[in-house]
Design a protein around this ligand. Structure first.
Ligand code: ADP
Ligand code: TRP
Length: 317
């Protein structure tokens, strides 16, 4: 089994990304057959500011390393350091039926949100198929929103194998267990596009300020409160031990607890949860980050070159 997973550097990761995706990828990085990469070619479909793209790419690499991804065990790399994926994407595109891409809901959603309907956005799933197939990955852990893209990759692999001979194993998605959507400071799902995020690595003062701004109902201190409908509690429980969680739920129900105290306890828990990672991130040098990515690129490129040699031969290039 070979595992591959990619994350777009499309902003600064927040606590929703951490619980919903990054933590699982970090667990995977302890397996030698895992390929984990930063999808910066993909991010070009939405980020057209060179400074921002390189800042997000570098930031995401640092975040992963600080949060415990082990680059010596897996292949951790920047997509653009393996340019063979673009060559494969073109070859795959020649066997990709238009209808397959026209059915992709993610493309339609993005266009509805106002992202320009250019060819990069339309062909996004073909590049994703190239990421997966170039390392002959069989298992692709993704959030439910990416399931269709992995199905497209599988269909493209079948189409290629039928047209040019058997080169690719068929990849399967592994849907990450739904971390019931992490709420943002306004109570909606935490998302970069809603401006309601809390980031694990922002400075302590800013982090505390955001936690203090979490929306709650207007119940007074003395009143009993319901932890099950409170988004402050939903965030608290992510960081608390089971004993802390149960004790806090009991205090909610008993009354006499102000939301300000819960917020302070939450900020303390968050800071202690990320304390080690924050220290590691501050101590990471640019040279260490580059060395980790370079080593990962070398591992991934070796496999990519082997696959491309097979592909070129199969198609007659
Ligand atoms: P955003 O909505 O901030 O743009 P992305 O779409 O880039 O986030 O999300 C990347 C991954 O992070 C998703 O596939 C999903 O697994 C996870 N994720 C994002 N927001 C949340 C959230 N609020 N709760 C749980 N998981 C989330
Ligand atoms: N499209 C994925 C996302 O937005 C990122 C991605 C790019 C990816 N290539 C991939 C995920 C290959 C898994 C496999 O989350």
């Amino acid at each position: 089994m070979r595992i591959l997973s990619g994350v777009q550097p499309s902003g600064r990761p927040h606590i929703g990304n951490y619980f919903g995706a990054m933590r699982q990828n970090i667990d995977l990085s302890h397996r030698s057959d895992a390929f984990i990469f930063i999808a910066n070619y993909h991010a070009l479909t939405t980020i057209r500011d060179r400074k921002l793209l390189s800042e997000y790419t570098d930031g995401l690499a640092r975040d992963y390393l600080a949060l415990g991804l082990d680059p010596s065990k897996c292949a951790f790399y920047r997509q653009s350091d393996v340019p063979e994926v673009c060559e494969l994407a073109w070859i795959l595109t020649t066997v990709t039926p238009m209808g397959l891409l026209e059915r992709c809901v993610s493309y339609k959603d993005k266009v509805e949100k106002g992202i320009p309907a250019d060819h990069g956005l339309f062909a996004y799933p073909v590049l994703m198929a190239a990421d997966i197939l170039i390392v002959k990955s069989t298992t692709v852990p993704v959030g439910a929103d990416q399931k269709q893209h992995v199905e497209v990759a599988r269909d493209i692999a079948i189409k290629f194998n039928n047209t040019h001979g058997n080169v690719f194993p068929l990849p399967e998605e592994r849907i990450l267990p739904e971390v019931s959507s992490v709420p943002g400071v306004d109570g909606q799902k935490m998302s970069k596009s809603y401006g309601n995020t809390i980031e694990p690595f922002e400075d302590e003062k800013a982090l505390r300020k955001k936690v203090m701004s979490i929306k709650t109902d207007s119940k007074g201190v003395a009143e009993p409160k319901d932890p099950d409908t409170c988004n402050l509690f939903a965030l608290y429980r992510l960081f608390a031990s089971p004993a802390e969680r149960d004790a806090m739920a009991a205090r909610y129900r008993a009354g006499g607890l102000g939301y300000g105290d819960v917020k302070k306890a939450l900020a303390d828990l968050m800071l202690s949860h990320f304390a080690e990672a924050r220290k590691r991130r501050a101590a990471l040098t640019a040279a260490e980050v580059e060395a980790a990515l370079a080593a990962g690129a070398e591992k991934a490129r070796k496999v990519a070159r082997e696959t491309m040699a097979e592909v070129r031969k199969a198609v007659g290039l």
